[in-house]
Design a binder for this molecule. Structure first.
Ligand code: NAP
Length: 282
């Protein structure tokens, strides 16, 4: 029987710690403020933005809300970002993705001041992560490191396999695990004999976006399995990339979906917001 890594509880612990930090900063006359920009009316994005604003409120972070119509031009969005880059009362900027098709996401991300880039997507922050300098780190992989540390999972010297090489999860995850002295392999859709490769892993991180793709054939006895996926099963129920029922008896620890990696992503966003205030003072 695997230990179930309780992301909900760990995220709650983190939020409580952040709440104290924000209160302390507030007593020193410092306000943490996050600008949240949403363009258009994508229903999933509206839910994400609402949840992020609610989480900010809970820990005492001020959120500055910018809800722009679908037809907003790239120029208008860039102008707003430029204004927020220079606004002293705003120390973090988050642009909810995806953006409408007529807007170039890369150009928008590149326009954010790296010191306010709380999503950690700016090329400067990505570069800093790759050369081991402090900077903002993408929230989901940063949250996974917290999950592992706070569950006493040793990473040093362990074999880690990540399935997925996206810019927001797989790639930064590989760099973070490397930083923790794991020996890291990144797999993707061209990887040969994926189950055999995954069976070498002490820590298996799965971020592919395919419901219940990873079964017990992928998992070494006693491995730690982290499921990043947020998918729907055949009945429309939320599930992960890992077939929990089949893998849980083989693993030593596993994250559930929901209640595993998901809650950590927002908690790390809040963490980055607090850090952004400190970074602005540097
Ligand atoms: P993505 O950008 O679509 O990348 C998926 C990756 O999986 C790609 O690198 C792809 O390989 C690889 N892949 C796809 N099918 C594969 C297969 N059959 N065998 C091996 N590799 C395969 O996805 P993402 O943004 O990283 O997200 C992955 C999942 O995590 C999604 O379910 C997403 O909803 C979820 N997610 C959750 C959170 C959270 O907070 N919980 C945050 C972000 C993402 P190629 O590069 O070769 O195409």
């Amino acid at each position: 029987m695997a230990k179930i890594i309780d992301g909900k509880q760990i995220a709650q612990d983190l939020r409580s710690e952040l709440k104290e930090q924000v209160a302390k900063l507030s007593s020193e006359g410092k306000t943490v403020a996050l600008a949240v920009i949403l363009v258009g009316e994508n229903p999933a994005s509206q839910v994400y933005v609402r949840n992020k604003k609610k989480a900010c409120e809970e820990v005492g972070i001020q959120s500055l809300s910018y809800e722009l119509p679908e037809e907003t031009t790239q120029e208008e969005l860039l102008e707003l970002i430029e204004k927020l880059n220079h606004q002293s009362g705003c120390n973090g900027i988050l642009v909810q993705l995806p953006l409408p098709r007529h807007i170039d996401e890369d150009a928008v991300i590149a326009a954010i001041d790296p010191k306010k880039d709380v999503d950690g997507f700016h090329p400067v922050n990505v570069g800093k992560l790759s050369i081991g300098q402090p900077g903002f780190v993408s929230c989901t992989p940063a949250g996974i490191i917290q999950l592992l540390k706070r569950s006493d999972v040793a990473m040093d010297g362990k074999r880690a396999v990540i399935i997925g090489r996206s810019n927001i999860v797989g790639k930064p995850m590989s760099l973070l695990l490397l930083r923790e002295n794991a020996t890291v392999t990144v797999a993707h859709s061209h990887t040969a004999d994926l189950p055999a490769l995954c069976r070498e892993a002490d820590i298996l991180v799965v971020a592919i976006g395919r419901a219940k793709f990873v079964t017990k054939e992928f998992v070494k006895e006693g491995a730690v399995v982290i499921d990043v996926g947020m998918d729907r099963d055949e009945n429309g129920k939320l599930c992960g990339d890992v077939d929990f029922e089949s893998v849980e008896p083989v693993a030593s620890a596993i994250t559930p979906v929901p209640g595993g990696v998901g809650p950590m992503t927002i908690a790390m966003l809040l963490c980055n917001c607090v850090q952004s205030l400190e970074r602005m003072e540097m």
